[in-house]
Design a protein around this ligand. Structure first.
Ligand SMILES: [Zn+2]
Ligand SMILES: [Zn+2]
Length: 263
């Protein structure tokens, strides 16, 4: 089970999606993320840097996307130290953003669980390591890949380890919209059943990516899901970018969606 759940944060402003330089594509000191979050007015900040995996001995991930397993201890210690130091100003949680790779999940969690991790968010940036790091972010129009993505997300949730799903709409599907609705609605329904809000990802919006997907938001609104803003900060300054934060909120509000835990 995830140690924390969204209902623990009623009436608090939270951002549970934030990175550190250990992922090799973020900038700034860990402390700066905390200070900017306080300045922004959050009650809660969750660190969710890209998770390390217990890959085979000697395997080097091909992209600059994650910390190494041996870096996890330093990350955990840094976050726990900041939690103590800033406890009068903000609640801090130790998390990770992780893909669900069935082959490596249990092995990796056995290492990670040696430390007091508070939560995981699912960020399925790749279908599978075995499939050669194929990203669902590039355009796909076939049903097979759409189903593969949806199945991975549902399997991940079945582990009961995840707090929520980061950018659940990361699958860039350019095929038939009815197919998209049919399969992505399975994720929408599962999130609702598990009382997990749909993340509207500020980083995707900032980079002009295909997510947050208006269609996916519509599916969530039609199904009565809650929505949450995930800043997905890779730079402390991004926690103070209220302009883009408001634009993401508007995407949801204009479609009649219900936002929770926002600034
Ligand atoms: Zn990242
Ligand atoms: Zn992500």
């Amino acid at each position: 089970m995830s140690k924390i759940k969204i209902s623990d944060f009623k009436d608090k402003t939270i951002n549970m999606h934030c990175h550190t330089t250990r992922c090799r594509h973020a900038t700034g000191e860990d402390r700066e993320y905390v200070e900017k979050a306080i300045e922004a007015g959050y009650d809660v900040l969750g660190f969710s840097d890209h998770a390390p995996f217990a890959f085979e001995e000697g395997y080097e991930p091909k992209f600059r996307i994650r910390m190494k397993m041996e870096e996890f201890e330093g990350y955990a210690n840094s976050v726990m130290q900041l939690r103590e130091e800033y406890k009068d100003d903000i609640e801090i949680y130790l998390g990770l953003e992780m893909e669900y790779f069935p082959k490596y999940f249990d092995k990796s969690m056995a290492e990670i669980d040696k430390y007091p991790l508070d939560y995981l968010i699912l960020g399925q940036h790749f279908y599978d390591d075995e499939a050669g790091w194929i990203s669902p972010k590039r355009p796909w129009s076939d049903e097979e890949h759409l189903v593969m993505y949806v199945e991975r997300v549902l399997q991940a949730l079945d582990t009961e380890r995840f707090f929520y799903v980061a950018h659940p709409d990361i699958m860039c599907f350019t095929g038939d919209v009815e197919l998209y609705d049919k399969h992505m609605m399975r994720i929408v329904k599962e999130l609702k059943r598990r009382d997990m809000p749909i993340e509207v990802n500020v980083n995707g919006y900032r980079d002009g990516l295909h997510y947050p997907s208006p269609r996916f938001i519509e599916l969530g609104v039609a199904n009565g899901n809650d929505f949450i803003i995930g800043v997905d900060a890779h730079d402390p300054k991004e926690l103070l970018d209220f302009d883009i934060y408001e634009k993401c909120k508007r995407l949801v509000i204009e479609k009649g969606g219900r936002l929770i835990n926002n600034l």
